[in-house]
Design a protein around this ligand. Structure first.
Ligand code: UD1
Length: 438
């Protein structure tokens, strides 16, 4: 299939109706979920195809809207993008457009990572300032400062960032904060810069290592991925490769959170325990039994879990993206738990939706104080972003009655076959079309 999203992924039926999920009290859960390739990796791997002429195949690709949107962006730049079952084939030509337009970039913030590859290969890039999930302001100053250190010059005009450089040159760069996006953009620029680039205080996420692995297969010389310092020796040219996307730790965490709510025993095929050690330690201390092996994870929750305190931190700390799932689990656990957000301001929008379901959550600055209840109450709620939507699903599983989660398109941005996978482990869920004009 050439780059186009299936109808159920666009969130609307084009006639004023929007998808919602209807979820009824479910459990105990039982069965197996096949974990998808990571959303936060595949989008960057797709951007990396701008670095070399040729035909790429990416495997273990999640069937999510963001992948189609990134495909749309690359197609608009002249690449040929073909989606298959769990694959995407991308043909990058010798010349392509260096403009990433707002109509597409506005839909996913991750598209900012085309900036580094475009400057590295073509010496110019015009990229609209990004949009993405609706939480806090997310500047790109570290991306730009790092690229400037390699010789690029930027101006902003009409909402676009316009970058130019004759030849990128290797530099020593120290990031103020281990930003995931800045690390990826700078790594993709440095692989074709002249000389050696050393980037300190980089992000260490498994998705960074996945990107570095693909770039090295393409002929790049990157060492230190997974540590705080990347050393990159620039090369003159790169070539197209095949690559398999790393497993999605956020999807794994989502199904574990569902288990925490509805109890039972599930198997997560393809989950990688060593990419989520800190979270697993927390879940164990709450009372979940977790047995990892080479092929995945088996998790068991016999009854109500115990509350814990959690702080988000850059990897290997507990990811900010897990936080809505953790808050949802705590609304049902025994006791009081305090969740502290250290990465983003204002990432608690979903709390008011949980409150509609009877949850007891008090926000105090960066902290959420969550008092567990025995049971929440089903309600009409709204998914503000991907993980907030997943958090409401978790709460709905053990709520009394029925919950309708509107704005399902946010969830479709990040989860392959959300309904089918949940039904497969015994969740009473269906997609319903809601006419908002009424
Ligand atoms: C990625 C993930 C996102 C996750 C986040 C943190 C993708 C597609 N998204 O987002 O799901 O929540 O990592 O783990 O991979 N910052 C600046 N200046 C910059 C760059 C970042 O101030 O130039 C700040 C941001 O505002 C934020 C923090 O640094 O407060 C983390 O941002 P970053 O790690 O860059 O997140 P993303 O790459 O956008």
């Amino acid at each position: 299939m050439k780059n186009e999203a299936p109808q159920q992924h666009d969130g609307s039926d084009g006639a004023g109706g929007y998808s919602s999920f209807r979820i009824r009290n479910s459990g105990p859960l039982e069965g197996t979920v096949r974990i998808q390739g990571a959303k936060n990796s595949v989008l960057k791997l797709m951007a990396a195809t701008l670095l070399a002429e040729g035909t790429f195949r990416i495997d273990n690709v999640p069937d999510i809207t963001d992948v189609y949107t990134m495909g749309e962006l690359l197609s608009s730049m002249g690449l040929t993008v073909t989606h298959g079952a769990g694959t995407v084939d991308i043909v990058c030509p010798a010349e392509c457009s260096t403009v990433a337009p707002y109509e597409i970039v506005g839909r996913i913030r991750a598209s900012i990572v085309v900036l580094g590859p475009l400057l590295a290969r073509f010496g110019e890039a015009t990229v609209a300032l990004p949009g993405g999930d609706n939480f806090g302001s997310r500047p790109i100053d570290m991306h730009l400062r790092g690229l400037e250190a390699m010789g690029a010059e930027f101006e902003t005009e009409h909402g676009d960032v316009i970058g130019r450089v004759d030849n990128l040159v290797g530099a020593d760069i120290l990031l103020d904060f281990p930003s995931v996006g800045a690390t990826e953009n700078l790594m993709m620029a440095a692989v074709r810069a002249k000389g050696i680039t050393v980037i300190d205080n980089v992000a260490r996420e498994p998705e960074i290592s996945d990107l570095a692995e693909m770039l090295n297969k393409m002929g790049a010389k990157i060492s230190g991925a997974g540590t705080s310092t990347l050393t990159i020796e620039g090369v003159d040219s790169l070539h197209a490769v095949d690559h398999t996307v790393v497993s999605d730790r956020l999807e794994s965490a989502t199904y574990m959170a569902a288990l925490a709510s509805a109890h039972g025993e599930i198997r997560l095929d393809g989950a990688r325990a060593h990419h989520m050690e800190m979270l697993l330690a927390k879940l164990r201390s709450m009372g979940m039994t977790i047995t990892p092996d080479d092929e995945g994870i088996t998790a068991v929750v016999p009854g109500r879990l115990t509350s814990v305190d959690v702080s988000t931190l850059p990897y290997p700390g507990i990811a900010t993206d897990y936080k809505p799932l953790i808050v949802a689990m705590l609304t049902l656990s025994e006791g009081v738990g305090i969740v502290t957000e250290n990465l983003y301001a204002g990432r608690f929008a979903y709390v008011s939706e949980l409150t509609r379901m009877g949850a007891s959550v008090r926000i105090d600055g960066h902290h959420a104080v969550v008092k567990g209840s025995e049971q929440l109450s089903g309600a009409r709620v709204k998914a503000h972003d991907i993980r907030a939507g997943a958090c409401l699903m978790v709460a709905a599983l053990s709520a009394e009655g029925e919950t309708i989660i509107s704005d399902a398109h946010h969830i479709d941005r990040g989860y392959t076959n959300f309904v089918g996978k949940l039904q497969g482990i015994g969740v009473d869920i269906e997609r319903v079309e809601v006419d908002r004009r009424r």
